[in-house]
Write a protein of this length. Structure first.
Lengths: 889, 154
């Protein structure tokens, strides 16, 4: 702590910070461009100039950049100083020389940091009378639009893209007034985090291309606090809609989870909500035809199909909310509720959950602070992309210690990078193929899943002699020792693993490494990726495994399938037989999946944008999401189930989400606390709900005037503390129910700094999510024993392992055009020693079914391994890993 | 692919640097000496050899005046348009040169002999106006002496 003076006011400040950070944290309005809270200072834009005084007697002072001035004891600055104000106005005038002033046609208009800062500095009249510099814009792919003329050369884009996200196809080019930010030629941006450029860029150079296709100003959109449904990380998002069309997704800051950034799958996933493939009305099968029916009739038919309920089973879903799964479980009974995980997945998830009780599971904020990492058998970028971005920051921790030792503060980005160069810390990755994090790995290990498990066991044994030994090949011994040493000597070691390779021993090995470190007196973190939005929540419900239902040969009367395409969970032959065996199949889903197409009754289910519920993320954080679209013919699964139960005279007291959430908490002790994840629907600020619409929302009284001149009342929302209205206050709203950010003078996403307790700190009005597993069974758990012996590959056979694709493997984003345009075609990847030509068409046998694909040669893949993409649209689901034969066709 | 000769020259430079990327300017100068200018393909070749993306190299290449990212003729005439040369008759010299060669700034003669480019200060202000042809600097250039200078370059 240091005492600093700003405009004569005395403040306590964090001495490890700079004066811009301190001033903004304290609520002063000081303009800036190049500084970013996650990326620190470089002093490039000169916009945050302030007057600094030597001591209280100094009246003359000198101009300094606040972002480069450490908040040392007795630092005295003035923001209001006349000369500093004039300097800042002159700087922005310079930055604006070539700016096109095209705000009316710019997608950033109304949420533009450049507009806000220009206004804040008071620069109002343009004096430059010459021709403006113009640039050619580039095609950068389906996500990001490029309009270089608006650029003010703050370098934030390349600092984020290269320095933070670690990708190298975007750069700054040329010199002085022709500096250009783009690719060396037109082409799709390679980073999985390119969409963040739209929020990082202070003006309209990089904008959301999908928003541009159905553009609406920030103030004209209706927002809701939501949780991304595209993987198990649980990033907080703010979808925006108008006229029933979801327009975009913005990052919603949660300092423990996603911070300032989300991945492109999350940001652009919303497009499926608007898809014509959505199911919008109940469908009933009559003969070979499917007929659209009314809601009441659908509920009646559903009730009839349930009959006495004795031969009814329910299948849950890891992509549906806790409430939806719980409602189905309550409807059919706990002993007739099956989880809906893929074949073989459930036991892995339950294993991971039981290990999580015995270790510390770090949040992503804690992951970023780790200084040694072993990723064991997981391709983090493609399964939990936001976690991969956090791991990229972990790789910088060890080199940063050198900077700290040289007394360079961490906010001094240029200074730190001067000391560290491109150095990376001890990050190690063991995976069969190259991963997108390999560039920050000190070393990688390639092997089959069983070899990776052995490798992990060997690391544990090398850390602590009590851990069970393993046979790892001699060539890997040196690496095992190196990793063990790095983890043992680190301040905050971390192990990351997951279920991608479908290997129990890998998960056990990851746990053993952490247990071994704890026995050595080190405090280590263990993070498991979770493939789907609510994998963790559904796993904690301890439902029966889907395989039991699929393979039971029982003649079920009615099978109720909740938001789940069984054809993605098991092989087609098994699912075909199962569905044929069932008397009635009721499917509740959002899109017309292959399973829905075979149902007798289909009920249209609300997407994340139309519904409320609770999800549990990879660290067991329960987080609530709220609808952004007003009620329509689609409704939440739990509401359909409640409707049918009410008709049957069951669970009579469920009227809103709060009732269901309370029932979950009451019935299943593991979920204790989830009601506190967000305020209840009865929450009010000064008697008002929290508005979903900014106070400048336009056209409210005009949009429906062609139908009636009487403005309809806003739709009722019994499930949330939010209103479909402009009335009310967001400024004091609880963090978990904050639909959008706006503060006077701060129209851009940077308004966030007015909602944080301090820069990079939690939002005011926490908490944001409730941790369900607290690692309270820690303390010397038993080691997992018995790493299985490595298997010998049969002649001319390959072990097919599933490879996930951020763009392509997620089910619902198959219906999101921008994302699906980047999905790969089916392939089988092997090394060149397999004897195939790159691009050669082949057929391979698995589970008795023949699949066709093309060969992709990837020389890093070990002998005897074939990588097969998982979850692509219109491909058959395979039971992997499996030994396959590959034939040229 | 870099030629054997280019590689050999680059390897000599690489010995002077701790990191391969540090040699990127030298690498581009070497390749330009062999190929006259730096095509996208040339940057890809260098990038492969140094472990850098094309964007990395292009960021550096477009920063420097003497690295050419567009085809140039056999000889490059760089005429200084900075303050001193401007005072001392740069405009007249430029017009003479352009008339004589029949090209504008940034263009190459049809026989591929000369490319004329503007350049900022060559550090030869005491002998303004000044120009540089390939690696040779000429001071006190007058419209009359241009012809003689050009004749030296075939």
């Amino acid at each position: 702590m240091a005492t600093v003076y700003i405009d004569g006011n005395r403040h306590d400040a964090d001495a490890k910070q700079n004066m811009l950070h301190v001033s903004l944290s304290l609520g002063y309005d000081l303009p800036f461009f190049c500084w970013h809270p996650a990326m620190g200072s470089i002093g490039a834009c000169r916009q945050c100039a302030v007057k600094q005084f030597k001591d209280e007697k100094d009246t003359k002072g000198r101009l300094v950049m606040a972002c480069l001035t450490p908040a040392l004891e007795d630092t005295r600055i003035s923001i209001a100083d006349q000369e500093a104000q004039e300097f800042r106005a002159a700087i922005i005038e310079g930055l604006m020389l070539h700016h096109p002033h095209d705000c009316p046609v710019c997608d950033e208009g109304g949420e533009c940091h450049l507009q806000d800062m220009t206004y804040l500095t008071g620069h109002a009249y343009r004096r430059y009378r010459f021709q403006k510099r113009t640039y050619r814009n580039q095609f950068l792919g389906p996500f990001v639009n490029h309009e270089m003329n608006r650029c003010i050369q703050c370098y934030r884009c390349v600092r984020f893209y290269r320095g933070y996200a670690g990708e190298h196809d975007l750069n700054s080019f040329s010199i002085h007034h022709t500096v250009y930010f783009g690719r060396h030629e037109d082409g799709i941006l390679e980073s999985e985090f390119s969409g963040n450029l739209a929020e990082v860029c202070p003006t309209g150079v990089f904008t959301d291309r999908t928003l541009g296709q159905h553009y609406t100003r920030k103030w004209d959109q209706t927002y809701a606090p939501s949780i991304c449904h595209s993987c198990g990380v649980g990033c907080n998002i703010s979808p925006g809609q108008r006229d029933g069309i979801v327009r975009r997704i913005l990052n919603r800051y949660n300092h423990e989870v996603n911070g300032y950034f989300i991945c492109d799958r999350g940001r652009f996933s919303y497009e499926y909500v608007n898809s014509p493939e959505r199911i919008r009305a109940p469908l009933v099968r009559r003969g070979d035809e499917r007929e659209v029916i009314e809601k009441d009739e659908a509920v009646k038919i559903f009730a009839e199909m349930l009959g006495s309920g004795e031969d009814v089973i329910g299948i849950g879903s890891p992509r549906a909310s806790l409430e939806a799964n719980f409602a189905l479980r309550a409807l059919v009974g706990a002993d007739r509720f099956f989880s809906g995980f893929s074949t073989g997945e459930q036991r892995l998830i339950e294993l991971m959950l039981s290990i999580m009780q015995t270790v510390h599971v770090p949040s992503l904020r804690e992951v970023e602070a780790c200084d040694a990492v072993l990723i064991l058998g997981e391709d983090v970028t493609n399964v939990a992309a936001r976690m991969a971005l956090a791991l990229r920051q972990s790789a910088r921790r060890e080199p940063q210690k050198k900077a700290l030792a040289a007394r360079v503060p961490l906010w001094d980005d240029l200074g730190v990078r001067q000391v560290t160069g491109d150095a990376i810390g001890p990050v190690f990755i063991a995976f069969p193929c190259a991963t997108r994090l390999d560039d920050v790995a000190e070393a990688t290990y390639r092997g089959r899943p069983d070899q990776i498990a052995q490798f992990g066991y060997a690391v544990a044994a090398a850390i602590h002699s009590g851990a069970p030994p393993a046979n790892t090949d001699a060539s890997a011994q040196a690496l095992v020792k190196r990793i063990a040493e790095a983890l043992r000597t680190a301040e905050r070691p971390l192990v990351v693993s997951g279920a991608t390779l479908r290997n129990e021993a890998i998960i056990g090995a990851a746990a053993n490494i952490v247990y071994a470190l704890e026995r050595e007196g080190r405090s280590a973190g263990l993070a498991f990726t979770m493939p789907e939005a609510n994998t963790c929540g559904l796993g904690l419900m301890r439902a029966r495994a889907l395989e039991e239902a699929l393979e039971s040969r029982v003649q079920y009367g009615t099978v109720v399938i909740l938001e789940n395409d069984l054809y993605r969970r098991a092989t087609a032959a098994i699912v075909d037989e199962f569905l044929a065996r069932a008397g009635n199949v009721v499917v509740l889903d959002q899109v017309n999946t292959r399973t829905a197409a075979r149902a007798n009754l289909v009920l249209p289910v609300a997407s994340f944008a139309e519904s409320a519920g609770t999800l549990v993320n990879f660290e067991s954080r329960a987080q609530r999401f709220f609808p952004v679209l007003p009620p329509s013919d689609v409704q939440e699964s739990w509401r359909w189930i409640t409707d049918v139960a009410t008709r049957r005279g069951e669970f009579g007291s469920w009227n809103s989400l709060d009732d269901v959430t309370a029932a979950v908490e009451q019935e299943m002790p593991i979920f204790r606390g989830i009601t506190a994840a967000a305020p209840p629907s009865s929450y009010r600020i000064a008697g008002e709900k929290i508005p979903r619409q900014p106070h400048r929302y336009s056209g409210r009284t005009a949009t429906l005037v062609n139908i009636s001149i009487h403005e309809p009342p806003p739709p009722d929302d019994p499930d949330s503390p939010l209103a479909y209205s402009m009335e009310g206050y967001t400024y004091k709203a609880p963090a978990s129910a904050l639909p959008f950010l706006w503060a006077p003078g701060w129209n851009s996403a940077r308004a966030l700094l007015k909602f944080q307790e301090e820069i990079n700190g939690p939002l005011r009005g926490g908490p944001v999510g409730i941790r369900l597993i607290r690692g309270d069974r820690r303390g010397a758990p038993e080691f997992f024993s018995g790493a299985p012996e490595p298997v010998n590959a049969p002649e001319r056979r390959w072990l097919a392992v599933p490879i996930y694709h951020l763009f392509g493997s997620d089910e619902l984003t198959h219906w999101a055009p921008a994302i699906s345009s980047l999905a790969p075609q089916p392939y089988v990847a092997v090394n060149e020693r397999a004897g195939f030509r790159d691009g050669a068409p082949v057929a391979f046998q698995s589970d008795g079914a023949t699949q066709t694909a093309v060969i992709k040669i990837r020389s890093e893949i070990p002998d005897g391994v074939a990588a097969v993409p998982a979850g692509l649209r219109e491909t058959e689901t395979l039971r992997l890993p499996a030994w396959i034969s590959i034939e040229a066709i | 692919m870099l030629s054997a000769e280019e590689k050999a020259e680059l390897d000599r430079e690489l010995q002077q640097y701790p990191a391969r990327q540090s040699a990127c300017i030298d690498a581009m100068k070497i390749v330009q000496r062999h190929r006259r200018w730096l095509s996208d393909e040339a940057l890809r070749d260098i990038g492969e050899y140094l472990g850098m993306s094309v964007a990395d190299l292009d960021g550096v290449a477009t920063f420097y005046n003497l690295l050419f990212r567009k085809p140039v003729g056999r000889h490059v005439v760089m005429i200084c348009d900075s303050v001193t040369c401007w005072i001392m008759g740069y405009e007249k010299l430029r017009d003479t040169l352009m008339n004589r060669l029949g090209v504008s700034l940034g263009e190459t003669t049809s026989d591929d002999r000369f490319t004329v480019l503007p350049i900022v200060c060559l550090g030869n202000c005491d002998k303004a106006p000044t120009l540089m042809v390939d690696r040779d600097t000429y001071g006190n250039v007058s419209p009359e002496t241009v012809e003689e200078i050009l004749a030296r370059y075939k």
